[in-house]
Design a binder for this molecule. Structure first.
Ligand code: GRF
Length: 205
């Protein structure tokens, strides 16, 4: 089993999609060990609880400085012995220490076709506002590994979504979630679970 932790800050529709894929057996070999948020009020935590997944909050407000928060975040995650960390709308800059501790073991979903509309400052509706302002006819979503940069790690999966006349940032955001994000994030987790299984079978041969 691939032991997965999901990090969230908000509503958690991507988390919900992962949970649904695991529960329905659409993805296999994956166990959801913990959902962690920096925000105690995140509805995503409620979603986790409803499905019997440990839901924990590590809030910067409870620590004297960023370093103490970063250490607590890492320490909390360590306790779950995770193979993969999934950032599903986690609005916290991932500390360097954490990237080093989990090389190629952290993935992120970004709501555009990287390298467009990504990097510092491109999050939430801002991504879709920028896409509409530029007048692109196609946008989409990207799942990528997390490295030391912002949205710069190796790309795992991408899916294109049509931009339609009259789209608002909210309408485009929703279409990209429904047609791309909620599909490619569980798919990427499945790919990683499969690769890991193959690697461990090869080792045991
Ligand atoms: C998604 O658009 C995701 O691409 C971005 O943050 C948003 C999270 O939405 N990284 P939700 O909390 O999964 O509903």
């Amino acid at each position: 089993m691939l032991r997965v932790g999901v990090l969230v800050s908000g509503g958690g529709t991507n988390l919900q999609s992962i949970i649904d894929h695991v529960e329905s057996g659409k993805i296999t070999g994956v166990s959801l060990e913990v959902v962690l948020s920096n925000n105690a009020g995140a509805y995503a935590l409620e979603r986790a609880r409803k499905h019997g997944i440990p839901a924990v909050c590590v809030s910067p407000k409870d620590y004297p400085d960023r370093e103490a928060f970063n250490d607590a975040l890492l320490e909390t995650l360590e306790a779950y012995h995770l193979d993969l960390i999934v950032l599903a709308g986690f609005l916290v800059v991932i500390p360097k220490k954490m990237v080093e501790r989990y090389p190629n073991q952290i993935i992120n979903i970004h709501p555009s076709l990287i390298p467009s509309f990504c990097g510092t400052g491109y999050y939430g509706l801002k991504v879709h506002e920028a896409a509409l302002a530029r007048g692109v006819k196609v946008s989409g979503a990207t799942v990528h590994y997390v490295d030391a940069g912002t949205d710069t790690g190796p790309i795992i999966l991408q899916k294109a979504v049509e931009v339609k006349d009259g789209d608002t940032p909210e309408i485009l955001q929703r279409r990209i979630m429904e047609e791309a994000e909620w599909q490619i994030l569980p798919q990427a987790i499945q790919l990683i679970a499969d690769e890991r299984k193959k690697a461990s079978e090869a080792e045991n041969r």
